[in-house]
Every structure is written in C-alpha cells, then in structure tokens.
Design a protein around this ligand. Structure first.
Ligand code: X8Z
Ligand code: ZN
Length: 606
C-alpha cells in the first residue's frame, strides 16, 4: 500500500514518506544524485514489499501481535525515510534534472509523520519506536471501537445505522455520544505524536508538520494554503444555501426544542456520525414534487445485488472506458465484507501491495447506494495504481493526493439514471421534473462535505502549529465545526472528550485536504469529460460510460502518476492548469436557484 495516499500506521512506516533520520548533514555528496536516487528507490521498494504485507495483515486482523508487527515495521520505515530525507540535503544547490529535483522533494516532504534523527542511533531508534507505538495504539483503538447500548455491544457500522435511520432524537444522540467515547483514551497519545512529529518536521527544514504537509503541491506551502482559501470562497455560498434549507426541514421535522429555526444545526441529526455527508436524511429534505421514481438503496436490494456484484459492477465501468480488467489476484485477495470473527479496520481502503499488480481493496461493503459509490472510489485508486505502475518508484503516486481521491469519484459522477437503466437496474429514465431531487441527492453528498473537509485539516494545522494545545483540542474542534459547517454537538461535551479522534483520519493520520481538493477536481474532470464526449445537456445527466475516447485521454493522465507537476496532469485531461471550483458551482447551478427560492424570507447563516 502506498502510504502517502492511504495514510494509517502502515502509511507511516511505509515507503514514500520521507522523514529524515540518519543524521546526515549537508556536505559533499557521497554519490551522485542519480545513484543516490536509484539506491533510495530500490531500498524503499524492497521495504514497501515487506511493510505493505505487515500493514495488510494488521488491518485485516487486529491483535496484540499484529499491532506489534506493524509498530515495528513503522519504526523501521520511519528511520529509513527520515535518513533518506536528510540525505537529500547533500544535493541542495546542485544542478539536478527536473525529475531528480522532484524526487528529492518527494523524499523530503512526503513523510506523513517524521521522527527527529538527532542523537545516537539508539536514541533515534527509541524515538522512532515510541512514535510508531503511539500511532499504532491510536489507530488500533479506533479500529476496535465499540459502545454498548441496552446490553448490546455496537460497532461503528451499527451505531452509524442508528444515526442514518432513526428519527428519534434521543436515540440518535445516544448513538452519537456513544461512538464519541471511543476516542477519549487517544488524546495523550495524539499529543505525544504531534510533539515527536513536530521535532522531525523542523529538522527537515519545515516550520511544523502543517508546513510539511502543504509542501506536497508543487508550490510553496503558503501559496497552497491561499489556493485552498480561494477554492473554499468559490463554493461556500452554495453550502450556506444548502445549510439554510436543511435546517428549515429539520426544524419542521423535529420542532424548535430539538432543532431551532435559526443558528447552527444539531450535528447528530444530519444522518452521518460526523455530519460529513447528509444523504441519509434525504427523506427529510427531499424536494416535494420532484420524484426520481426510484431509490437506489432499494433497487440494489430488489435486484439481488451483493457486495461482490457491486464491486464487479464498479469494475465494469472502468473497463467500459477501455481500461484492462482487474487481475485475478484482486478477487482472491481483497476483503469486501466484514468478517464475523475478528477485529478488522473497516474503513474502506485500496492497496497496492507490490507496486505492480497486487492491487486490492479492503472494505466492509453493504448493499446500499453509499457503498456503491465507495466501491467506485476505491477502484479508482486501484486503476490509478495500475496505470502508473511503470513509473519510477517515487513517481508511483497521484499527481497530488487530491487526484488520487478524485479518480473513482469522477467515475461515480457518471452513475446517472440513464446509466442505471443501461445496467438494467431501473427501467425508466426519470423526466426533467426529477432534476431537483437528483441534484439534491448529489448536493447532500458533495456540498455538505466541503466545510467538513476544510475543518478537519484546519484543526490539524492549528494543532501542528501549536496555536491549539491539547487542553484546547475539543473546544477548537467545535469552534471550527461551528465556523465552517454551522453545526453544534447535541449536548455539552465531557471535559475529557477528544471528538476529533472519533473520525478515522485523525487516528489513522491521513491528511484530509486531499478530499477537499478531490471534491473540487472531480467536477472539473466530469465537466471536461462531458465536453470531450460532446454532451450538451445538464452536467448531472451526463455519463461517460462506454466512452473509449474519453477513457484514452483519462488513462493518459493516470499513466503520468506523479512524474510531472500536477498542473501538467490536469492540463492533459482537462486543458486547464488551475484547480477551480466553478465546474462544481455550474453543476449545481439549477439547484442553487431552487434553494434560493425556498430560502426566501429565511434568516440564513448561523
Ligand atoms: O476515507 C475515504 C475513502 C478512503 S480513501 C473511503 N473517504 C473520506 C471519508 O470517508 O471521510 C472518501 C470520502 C471522504
Ligand atoms: Zn480514497
């Protein structure tokens, strides 16, 4: 598995993350740049073959022993990647080819959580071990998280199901508060991880871990942060309209005592544990008099889809674009349903075990429309990995991490009624009067998500920069939740709460900016692809299913991997070199007009 993109403890240990240990100092280089890079790639590749398997076994079978193994591999990986990152200092100021410079940058900035390398080799090992143990413990605590209600121990899927389908605010609150107890024990470990990682980042020449994470976008960190602000500014008005409309509907459903007419929304009423995507309350917010005539959740069940059929169907979309089918080993080695008898890290992920052909997914798939989309999301990672497998090791990655996240989602934007009809899942393509409902469903998935994604990494950047201390972790989390999402917790939070830790990517240590960028980029990809296909209708009705010409151009971008700056990859497929929220805004334009009509006279905002 490639850490950089998938995060998690495995990620930490593994490959591309270049931390700097080893104590090399800038001075005359021992070997020329080409030799250094070739050796580094060989060493990383061999280590990755080992650590990816350790991480896979741990994520599929969480026990004391596999935690021990993954912590050890993590420590070894950190020591190696930090040593290589520090060694790049020898080549500063030398004339390098653009590819060599790129690889040096990847080695230096690509480590998710670096350990410092000062001191003796024993001291270096001690701190790398501590970092890895702390990270493993946090991640494993999340994976095993449970809460007991009425004598029954419930896992995340079961608690999430209550939040998704119950309409009893007390029951919902109980499930929400229950899940948020699992992260309480993580807080001290998290603070220690930040302490060690900050020392590591500084040693590599970054001001903090946030600076290091933001240095992976082919521009200075400050410029990247400004780009994010610009993109958020483009899409924020759309979120405000959706928030206002949704709040009104929740108020009508639950009454003033549960959800007031004005102010923020109660976070647990939005159908999702983290209020990140709101599709599960589409029954509450569905536009009256706009009926698509089908509910994909019910259709998949009625047509006897199971987890395997969902994945096969996802593969079918990619092959319809002209991409080769998944290898036989994918089907033999992937995990696609939750096993009954062991602890598994169920958060969906895609893996590239040998950086060649051994690609897999791990997902506790359920038969519903959300997981149907997630299947496409995960397969997007795998098809990307396979497309760039002939690149040099350090270029076997996305153009940036947001590209990696956007590939499968872009494909899933083509799951239109027309496509479902072609699959035989529905028999009638709904009329234009269904457009508001179709767009609303997409908005609940895509627009609701944007401030959540921004908030998550803003919180982490503040923590990494030291402007939020461990005592302030929870207050800062809810301050940002209110500021960006306009949401509040269902009740007062306990003094020891660590609510950020109840979301996978915090204990898993996966940078989250990638998803915000993905949600912007996937609409740029979709718009460009539909234009290439000659589509002239509304964007949300466009499907590129079966279009080999679009597929060829798409594949050309995928094959580039991380070998070129991301604007080159973006240009290859879309003709533009900038990330731009206007494709997303134009996709939702008809819905925004409708929302504004509905919100007339309301006091929007919070
Ligand atoms: O974590 C994921 C994927 C794996 S990369 C399932 N996603 C984010 C999340 O669940 O929080 C996809 C959308 C956002
Ligand atoms: Zn993903």
């Amino acid at each position: 598995m490639r850490n950089l993109l998938l995060g998690g403890v495995a990620a930490l240990a593994i490959v591309l993350a270049g931390c700097g240990t080893g104590g090399e100092t800038a001075g005359p280089a021992k070997e020329d740049a080409a030799t250094f890079l070739a050796n580094a790639e060989k060493e990383l590749s061999e280590f990755s073959d080992y650590s990816a398997r350790v991480a896979w076994v741990n994520a599929n079978f969480i026990t004391e022993d596999t935690d021990w193994l993954v912590a050890r591999a993590g420590s070894e990986g950190t020591l190696m990647s930090v040593r290589l990152a520090n060694a790049t200092k020898q080549y500063e100021g030398q004339t390098l080819t653009p590819e060599q410079q790129r690889k040096m940058n990847i080695l230096r900035a690509g480590i998710t959580m670096p350990a410092p390398s000062a001191g003796t080799p024993e001291e270096q090992k001690q701190v790398a071990d501590e970092l890895s143990e702390v990270m493993t413990r946090i991640s494993s605590t999340y994976g095993k998280g449970k809460f007991t209600i009425d004598g029954k121990e419930l896992n995340l899927e079961e608690l999430s199901a209550i939040i998704a389908s119950s309409r009893d605010p007390k029951k919902i609150q109980q499930a929400w508060e229950g899940w948020h107890t699992i992260s309480v024990p993580m807080k001290a470990d998290y603070a220690r991880m930040v302490e060690i990682g900050t020392a590591g980042a500084k040693e590599l020449g970054f001001s903090d871990i946030a600076d290091m994470w933001l240095a992976n976008y082919d521009m200075p960190s400050k410029d990247m942060e400004a780009t994010v602000e610009k993109l958020w500014g483009q899409v924020q008005p759309l979120y405000n309209d959706l928030h206002c409309y949704t709040r009104g509907k929740l108020n009508a459903k639950y009454g003033d005592a549960v959800q007031p007419k004005t102010g923020p929304i109660r976070a647990d009423l939005l159908g999702n544990m983290w209020a990140q995507q709101w599709n599960n309350i589409s029954d509450i917010v569905a536009p009256p008099s706009s009926d698509p005539g089908y509910d994909l959740n019910k259709v998949l069940v009625a047509k006897n889809y199971d987890a395997l059929k969902m994945v096969k169907t996802g593969e079918g979309f990619f092959t319809s674009l002209g991409l080769a089918p998944l290898p036989e080993t994918f089907w033999e080695r992937s995990l696609i349903t939750r096993p009954r008898d062991r602890e598994v890290q169920c958060h969906a992920s895609a893996w590239d075990i040998d950086n060649l052909d051994d690609i897999r997914i791990k997902m506790c798939t359920e038969v519903n429309s959300t997981d149907f989309s997630t299947v496409h999301h995960e397969l997007g990672h795998n098809f990307y990995q396979r497309a760039y497998k002939n690149q040099d090791l350090l270029f076997k990655n996305g153009a940036h991490d947001g590209f990696h996240e956007a590939i499968g989602d872009f494909v899933a934007l083509s799951i239109t009624p027309e496509y479902l009809k072609q699959l035989g899942l529905i028999s009638v393509d709904p009329p234009a009067s269904a457009d508001t409902a179709l767009l609303m469903d997409r908005a609940l998935e895509k627009i609701a998500f944007l401030p959540f994604a921004i908030k998550l990494d803003k919180w982490r950047w503040d923590v990494f920069r030291g402007s939020v201390t461990p005592e302030q972790y929870n207050q800062a989390w809810w301050d940002l939740s209110k500021q960006y999402q306009g949401i509040v917790p269902p009740g007062d939070r306990p003094a020891d709460a660590f609510d950020a830790g109840a979301k996978y990517h915090i204990p898993g240590n996966t940078p989250y900016l990638r998803y915000f960028l993905s949600f912007i980029l996937q609409f740029q990809f979709h718009k460009a692809a539909c234009e290439q296909a000659g589509w002239t209708g509304p964007l949300h009705r466009c499907s590129i299913y079966n279009n080999k010409d679009v597929g060829a151009k798409f594949n050309a971008m995928l094959e580039m991997g991380a070998s070129k700056p991301w604007p080159d990859a973006l240009e290859a497929f879309t003709g533009t070199r900038e990330m731009d929220g206007s494709a997303l805004v134009s996709y939702f334009a008809p819905l925004q007009t409708w929302l504004k009509e509905q919100n007339a006279g309301q006091q929007c905002g919070w």
